[in-house]
Design a protein around this ligand. Structure first.
Ligand SMILES: [Zn+2]
Length: 396
């Protein structure tokens, strides 16, 4: 649909022109504070300095743009960032925690909640932030754990957009977003990326888990041929790495496209806290902060202390029938080509499908919902091949 961007620009120009001719006294004065983030959409990405809207919610000041350089050093700051508007005209606010070191240094960004059902990723970021003492830090760490607020409110993966009735939009296909986009989540992504995340990141980590009904191992998604990314990912005592560029529109790739090294940890199953896995990612993330000089002290366990399986490809096994799925292997198990990994039975208990691995690799994801329709992914097997395909499907 090549004509869409042009339409969008035309419409925006028209709106700006309309406001100008209506006389600024009523329209602009009434909206000066809260509307600013969206009213200045034409300058997307040109954030300079922190903009306070004047609102205070639950004791937290609201910003429509953030530059951590403006914040007082040596303390933690708790803010709300003003995202896109809801249908009622109120804004989706996302929570922002900044640990601003006493000394200057690199700026890290930690994010979660791009998908609304991924709880262990949120807890990982909370745990890291709660361990930070700004008085002992050089640089800053900015955390946002509820990026897709409306998805989180119902603990579901996707954003319930009201475009044509309720559309469920996967916000991890929207980055870097568009402040003049055709959906609210696209605009929200644009605001969050341009005015909150990108301006405050020398590196960034976007935490995820498996999705509802499909659990995954502990693994990192990363382009290991980029030295700055490999240096960080190697610091995680986590047993699998998916070394693949994945979709361009995921958040960690938007950072990479902006020249900010980034990767994506995946922390087990959705909807619950896996404290054992979380501790591995907390340790790895603290190592990354030490690597960048934000924290002092010795590095903990890393990839050198565990057996790490690196694959550049993900072999999907899709259901060919409807029925009850029984897995014959477990997450992290090694499998061989031809090895049977799952069976499926119909309502009579008869076997209707048997599923075998096509590759030698390790199980990295399994459908955890027992019933399945045809076409659903049942298993993902991490493996290595000489020429991996671009934009593969993978468990996320
Ligand atoms: Zn996710």
């Amino acid at each position: 649909m090549p004509d869409k961007p042009k339409q969008g620009l035309d419409r925006r120009d028209f709106m700006i022109a309309s406001i100008a001719t209506m006389g600024a006294s009523t329209v602009l004065a009434a909206n000066a504070g809260p509307a600013k983030a969206q009213g200045t959409a034409a300058s997307s990405g040109a954030t300079s300095g922190t903009v306070y809207t004047g609102d205070v919610v639950d004791g937290k000041k609201v910003v429509s743009a953030l530059d951590v350089n403006d914040l007082e050093p040596g303390k933690k700051h708790f803010l709300y960032f003003q995202g896109v508007e809801m249908p009622t005209g109120q804004h989706w606010l996302v929570s922002v925690t900044v640990a601003k070191g006493a000394n200057p240094g690199k700026r890290g960004v930690l994010t979660s909640g791009v998908h609304g059902d991924e709880m262990s990723s949120i807890h990982t970021v909370h745990t890291v932030m709660n361990q930070l003492d700004p008085a002992q830090m050089s640089g800053s760490v900015t955390a946002v754990t509820d990026i897709s607020r409306p998805a989180l409110e119902s603990m579901q993966r996707r954003w319930p957009n009201s475009g044509r009735g309720i559309d469920l939009i996967d916000m991890n296909r929207e980055w870097p977003g568009n402040e003049n986009g055709f959906t609210a989540p696209s605009r929200h992504a644009g605001l969050v990326f341009n005015r909150l995340l990108k301006p405050n990141a020398d590196f960034a980590i976007d935490f995820h888990t498996g999705t509802t009904g499909f659990e995954v191992t502990a693994f990192n998604i990363a382009e290991m041929d980029i030295p700055e990314i490999k240096a960080m990912v190697d610091l995680y005592p986590v047993g699998q790495i998916f070394d693949n560029p994945t979709y361009p529109s995921v958040l960690h790739n938007a950072f990479n496209a902006a020249g900010i090294p980034s990767f994506c940890p995946e922390i087990g199953a959705a909807r619950h806290l896996d404290l054992e896995m979380i501790s591995l990612f907390v340790e790895g993330t603290m190592n990354v902060l030490k690597h960048h000089g934000i924290l002092a002290g010795p590095v903990g366990r890393t990839g050198k202390d565990v057996t790490v399986f690196v694959g550049n490809s993900s072999f999907p096994i899709l259901a060919t029938a409807g029925g009850i799925v029984e897995h014959l292997v477990k997450l992290n198990d090694k499998v061989e080509p031809g090895q049977k990994v799952a069976v499926q039975r119909n309502s009579f208990g008869e076997v209707v499908a048997e599923y075998t691995s096509g590759v030698a690799g390790e199980i990295t994801g399994q459908r955890s919902d027992v019933l399945s329709e045809p076409g659903n992914p049942l298993v993902f097997i991490l493996f290595h091949q000489a020429a991996p395909e671009a934009n593969e499907t993978y468990p996320e």
